[in-house]
Design a binder for this molecule. Structure first.
Ligand SMILES: *Cc1c(COP(=O)(O)O)cnc(C)c1O
Length: 430
């Protein structure tokens, strides 16, 4: 037997089944909207339709009910949702917001849109979410909020971080884009902070094409979110809004089409997550033979929904660098249908620690004079800031998407066979 990367026969060549969660229900919902002739019903003035059309409002009602919250505000992406949440929280130029280094970039850049200063705290080496002790070390008299991420599908350490936030008067914004349906101690991810932000882009557990939803139990925050979503500045006068802080709005409006599709998807969330969990269980059993690979740790009291399956990889025990292990695996396995050009969905680590992006290293965001970083000259963005995250990024974690609900057990058998083959042949790969 020879590894495919050395010229041997790959374990599998036929692409894995495409990740498709939409079908007849979504087709009917989209047709219903198109038949209505109105693909979006928002008006950017103070009017009944300031709040959107029937599909958007139905999605908001159903989302709020599903998550057991008072308010759900639909937006056109989680990116918009996070920006709106920062604005609703009242972040001002120079205010500090504690963020994590390991996430999609907007989880850390959202404060900048209001002149806020992102302050990075390190991640937990085992669960990969923000480490409460690291958060505490970064709190200063200028800290106003913390953006926590339910990374890879598991809720952040809400008891510890919420207690810190309460003690220091910080708003907790929860980025739950990767964790719809996850929970901690029986409470859904997304409802663990003051505002929770979900994504409905194609890569997430459920989607509407694009889209996002922000949830909260706070009436004032919900009101500010709706204003920021839809040209607040044009509405405050007629609506009688007294506090003008951050009432400069955007067009963050979700279309009726996206909302109609998202409503169908919400009904499928539970079944889709169950399939993910079943696939994870099957894979973990099959991969247990590889001692250098550790299954993800699930926080006590937590339910994980596996946006990706992130396994700790012990390079020393394996005797093979993670990059080489992954390279060899990629040669054994095919890509997914519809995403053929991306290669198979497997990699070392996750994104580069966000403070190493040119934006932070060069301190250039708006214009070229360094604003708003000029408001916090003592805050630095450089290598070594979050050593645990850097270690994980450097080879400590292997992430893959073979738990996607489109995969059946026969597909997973190929994945397990490929891992086993590369593991067995590892000495030939050095
Ligand atoms: C996908 C994602 C986002 C952004 O979602 P969009 O809807 O594409 O804007 C934000 N945060 C995290 C953690 C994500 O995974």
């Amino acid at each position: 037997m020879k590894a495919a990367i050395l010229g041997g026969k790959p374990v599998r060549e036929k692409p894995f089944p495409a990740y498709v969660t939409v079908g007849e229900e979504e087709k009917r919902a989209a047709a219903r909207v198109i038949d209505s002739g109105v693909l979006s019903r928002y008006l950017g003035v103070w009017h009944e339709q300031f709040l959107g059309g029937p599909e958007v409002r139905a999605l908001e009602r159903e989302w709020a009910e599903h998550y057991g919250v008072k308010y759900a505000v639909a937006v056109n992406s989680a990116t918009s949702g996070l920006i709106a949440a920062v604005g609703a929280a009242g972040i001002e130029p120079g205010d500090e917001v504690i963020v994590g280094p390991w996430s999609m970039c907007i989880s850390a850049t959202a404060p900048l849109f209001y002149g806020g200063i992102p302050v990075f705290a390190d991640v937990e080496p085992d669960c990969f979410c923000l480490d409460p002790a690291a958060v505490e070390r970064q709190i200063s008299p200028r800290t106003r909020a913390v953006i926590v991420v339910d990374l890879f599908g598991q809720p952040y350490d809400a008891p510890a971080i919420n207690a810190l936030a309460a003690k220091h008067g910080l708003t907790v914004i929860e980025d739950a884009a990767q964790a719809p349906g996850a929970s901690l101690n029986g409470r859904p991810a997304g409802t663990l902070g003051q505002m929770g932000v979900f994504s409905l882009n194609y890569h997430k557990h459920i989607h509407g094409g694009e889209g996002g939803v922000v949830v909260t139990d706070d009436e004032n925050l919900a009101e500010r979110l709706r204003l920021i979503r839809n040209h607040a500045e044009a509405v405050v006068e007629n609506k009688g809004v007294a506090d003008l802080g951050n009432m400069l709005g955007f067009n963050f409006r979700m279309t009726e089409l996206d909302a109609a599709v998202a409503r169908c998807q919400l009904l499928k969330l539970k079944a889709l997550n169950q399939k993910r969990l079943a696939n994870v269980a099957y894979l973990e059993k099959g991969l247990a033979e590889i001692p250098a690979l550790a299954r993800p740790r699930v926080r006590p009291g937590g339910e994980h929904v596996y946006y990706v399956h992130a396994c700790r990889y012990d390079e020393e025990a394996a005797g093979l660098p993670a990059a080489r292990f992954v390279e060899a695996l990629k040669a054994e396995l095919p890509p997914f249908e519809l995403r053929e050009k991306e290669g198979t969905k497997l990699g070392v680590g996750y994104v580069k620690p966000l403070y190493l992006l040119p934006l932070f290293r060069e301190r250039i965001a708006f214009g070229r004079q360094g604003w708003p970083f000029t408001l916090a000259p003592e805050r630095r963005y450089e290598k070594g800031l979050c050593p645990d995250c850097e270690k994980l990024y450097g080879g400590g974690v292997l992430t893959h998407e073979f738990m996607l609900p489109s995969l059946e057990q026969s597909d997973l058998d190929d994945v397990i066979e490929a891992f086993g083959k590369v593991w067995k042949l590892r000495a030939t790969l050095l």
